[in-house]
Write a protein that binds this ligand. Structure first.
Ligand code: PAF
Length: 308
């Protein structure tokens, strides 16, 4: 089950150092394996932060925690084609390797692993790793049947190449985290998954690389997502136990923003992602919306005492 750890977030740029820090950029699997072999031989504890790049404070909080708790830190940047559907934003996905490299150096990442698609998926590649449908065919997987198999396939490859002791993921992608945890347990991957809290803008909007797609008007509407989650939390705290009533109120709040196209609003058992008849136990409240070109997700977890 997802265990959260706290992290302090400082803003990008606030952490500038005078030294001209450099980070080693590795693009081939073979070179990455040689580095890992050496570190493992020297009994170094390896921390890993998998990303698709376009770093924001959420990524940096993961890197900082890895830096604090491990001897060596690898961050990967790979916009994984397997997890994008045909109509999705793979081509448009924000990329800025120069800026990411600078930030990685500032945060003292030891290696930035940036493989090309043909390095990860040569023409004869056929494998797929996926967990059970109850995890991947709901929420963000409902209308995207291949998405989470794409995620678990690439993460398996990355974990096999980097062989980290700890991998750091953000709670914003709660379903992804649960799925990766399931895969790591089911397949006996010897790696601890460390989950850190969602990093937010001052107005509550979860940091995401896709926020860069928002127009000014859309950006003004976007905090309604977190406000709707807080509304759910408040309702649970004052005793709401009927999922239908709560989800209706949350959806209504989102729809006050006319630009927002609600994809789903859901209340689930946070351990299994099953629907609940009564809001009790650990409840995941999750939202996905489309706002212009951006598909944005967010969630909160609420522990609702049973029988209250
Ligand atoms: O969350 C992401 O950035 C990606 O899904 C991940 C985990 C790096 C796999 O491509």
């Amino acid at each position: 089950m997802i265990a959260e750890r706290n992290s302090a977030a400082s803003s990008i740029g606030a952490n500038k150092t005078k030294r001209t820090a450099k980070v080693k950029v590795v693009t081939t699997i073979r070179e990455m394996e040689i580095v890992i072999e050496r570190w493992r031989g020297n009994r170094k504890k390896i921390g890993f932060v998998p990303t698709m790049g376009a770093f924001h404070e959420g990524h940096l909080s993961l890197i900082r925690e890895a830096r604090k708790t491990c001897d060596r830190v690898v961050a990967s940047i790979f916009v994984n084609p397997l997890q994008f559907g045909p109509q999705e934003d793979q081509e448009a996905y924000p990329r800025d390797l120069k800026r990411d490299t600078r930030l990685a150096a500032q945060e003292k990442v030891d290696v930035l692993f940036v493989p090309a698609a043909k390095e990860m998926y040569p023409p004869d590649f056929t494998a797929q790793v996926k967990v059970g449908d109850q995890y991947i065919r709901t929420l963000c997987g409902k209308n995207r049947p291949e998405h989470f198999a794409g995620v678990t396939t690439v993460v398996t490859k990355l974990l096999n190449i980097i062989r980290p002791h700890k991998t750091f993921l953000g709670q914003k992608d709660y379903q992804q985290v649960l799925i990766i945890q399931r895969m790591v347990v089911d397949l006996n991957v010897g790696c601890e998954i460390v989950v850190l809290p969602t990093i937010r803008e001052n107005d509550g909007l979860a940091k995401s690389s896709r926020n860069s797609y928002l127009s000014e008007e859309e950006r003004r509407a976007a905090p309604a997502i977190y406000q709707a989650l807080k509304l759910a939390e408040g309702m649970l705290q004052v005793g709401e136990r009927n999922p239908k009533d709560m989800l209706e109120a949350v959806t209504k709040r989102l729809r006050t923003e006319s630009l927002m196209d609600v994809e789903y609003v859901a209340a689930k058992n946070a351990y299994t992602l099953e629907d609940v008849n009564i809001l009790a136990g650990r409840i995941l409240v999750a939202i996905a919306v489309r706002l212009g070109k951006a598909r944005l997700i967010d969630n909160i977890m609420v522990d609702v005492p049973s029988g209250s």
